[in-house]
Design a protein. Sequence first.
Length: 250
Amino acid sequence: MQDLLLQVHHEMLVTTKLPMAIQFLVAELKHNGIMASGMRRLSHYFSPWQTFLIEESETDRGRFDTLMAFRILQAEAEYRSKSENAQGYFFFQFESMCRNRLNYDRGLKAMSEDAAYDAGWSEWILIVRRQLGLVDLADLIYGRSEAFVEYRAKQLGSDATPVDFPVLFGDKEGRIAFANRKKDILYLFAAMQRHLGYPSVPRLDKIDDTIDLLPQMQRRLERMEARIRIMEEESKQGLDISKFYERPDV
């Protein structure tokens, strides 16, 4: 990481202050061995969510590594450069936590502090943080959608009053969430990804065991052939065991 950051430092434009930030991260790596502490101090360059990902990858517990964190950050940066959809941001970040089994409490807290969300989004994400595990995520999404507002207006009729909370999801998102209630959350993620078009969350590459398995099988077959050959020679009483003797030093 130190070598890569030093290389990037020489490739940056000298008209910006970003090379100074990279030098600061290199110093943090050299002195503390981690980069999250430096990213937390450079909050004008890195969002709390990005800092949270790197911090989770640098912990000794868990299987989430730095390479996977960088792949997620790369996909998020590419998506943010093309879209400003807060709904897509939320589902991409939340799915990243689910698939990599990250800490939901700290992760949702970091998401609520992201500049991509307004005050209404930040307040709702903190509600999700408190109620996650007690209330289904699909129900939480449906309760803040236009589909729920329309259903509420139909049920109450003339007695319906305007809702006192911000509506964050549209009618289609609410219908998708309602259809995936009490189901595996992966179905909800797949449907929302098709609808919103946010990038798929990077996953761990499966290790191909056949690469090592075939040479091992070949060596075992060679040993079996050698044993069968010895057994055939022994059955014919033509086994010469002198060739297995250790040759004396001359």
